[in-house]
Design a protein around this ligand. Sequence first.
Ligand code: CA
Length: 225
Amino acid sequence: MAVSEMRLLLVEDERALGEGICAALSADGYTVDWLTDGERASHALKTEHFDLLLLDLGLPRKSGLEVLREFRRTGPPTPVLIVTAQDAVEDRVQGLDAGADDYITKPFDVNELKARIRATLRRSQGRAQPLIEYAGITLDTAAQTVRYQEQNVILTRHEYMLLHELLASPGKVLTRERLMQALYGWEEEAESNVLEVHIHHLRKKLAGDLIRTVRGVGYVLREIA
Ligand code: CA
């Protein structure tokens, strides 16, 4: 889809910031709709179609997190980029857990915002194929096998599931909670360091720099240029 056909919804209550973002994104050809409170955002999301949602978390009338949770329960799988304060690690974790695709922290450079929007849109357009190929890795979701640089790699069931989860969203930070849930569901009790152990094994069996630790949040599969 061409940029000129993309419709973005920006929800941001800071006037100057909202105006700046609108101007910058419009200059790139995006269609940008801008709302300044959570209540109106929820209403717009129910009645209109957008290709990406850029959502501030601290909003009047209804928090960004509430807007996001409601949208993820009932809405289409539209990519969501959340905007958080620099020191609000907990907000970021909750936002990602609630289904945000990525986040950007204030203050940010407008070029970084543009790059993240492009990356988020690219990812959302390239989902769901049986063979996942990425950075020399080929994961066959039908046969449940993995090859790395043309060699078969033997993974345990949990390592395979973890790699699959990471490969589904390269460049997106996946929280520990989300990964643990993907591996063990709600029921199963697991040791607290079990995730680190699986990651350690994946790094050894594949490339050491493939999976990046995001301190206090989770893990991200390195994006390739
Ligand atoms: Ca705000």
